[in-house]
Design a protein around this ligand. Sequence first.
Ligand code: BEZ
Ligand code: FE
Length: 296
Amino acid sequence: MNADHEYGYFTEADSADVVVARNKNAKDERLKQIMEVITRKLHEAVKEIEPTQDEWFRAIMFLTETGQICNEWRQEYILLSDILGVSMLVDAINNRKPSGASESTVLGPFHVAGAPELPMGADICLDQKGEPMFVHGHILDTKGNPVEGAKIDVWQANDEGFYDVQQKGIQPDFNLRGVFRTGPDGRYWFRGVKPKYYPIPDDGPVGKLLGALGRHPNRPAHLHYIISADGYEPLTTHIFDPDDPYINSDAVFGVKKSLLAEFVKIDDATAATTVGLKAPYYDVEFDFVLSRAKTA
Ligand code: BEZ
Ligand code: FE
């Protein structure tokens, strides 16, 4: 046995040990550890699956096509991670919250930095399409105190299930997006339209895989939020419509029980006038609870 063959030559039985041993001089300990775990689990999976040469090549072509469809705005590998539940798992590991704090969920690909900062109460629907909705609540700390100066960055799909960036020239720029800042009472309120479920981009290899697995590509209706405030952990989350047909089968596993809001239909002209809308409209009340920054 020479220095390159601490585990001897490559054999089916010793395959993972041989590869792991070859990485012994890795310059970065974390990389070495990650590659060891991935190598061992991957070899274990291959041994259990026993792919034919053709199946292995189809997997290679799937990954090749996944890379080839990526561009500046299309990230098919993140979609793959999403539908495998890995994005939500990484999110859970990195966002363990103290009890009482609002839970996080995936960011998704449709956030746009630099949305306009709007006065509290503004209507983020710029094209007047869809069923009107009034969204309101408080930003609180885990003791129930209001958080002043919290920045609420909100975005949502329209009533047909499209974000503005997916319908350039059809929806106005920054339609259904806005940034709001809370005052001393921690209260927030704004107007929008009732969102609808929509498919994740499904015209590529990930969509084909979902089809082959007998899965639909849809995400239940939701509003996205990034909420940040000095001294608190930023919160990236959604609220969901519990009556959505896909609420129990989100294609990317983003739904959590604590993030279900109520979309209450109000058919009362006086109430509608009070919130600057026409009846009927949907009332959505939801409080968000921020946890203290770990390093504060
Ligand atoms: C979204 O909610 O915007 C989203 C999340 C994951 C994949 C695709 C879209
Ligand atoms: Fe979304």
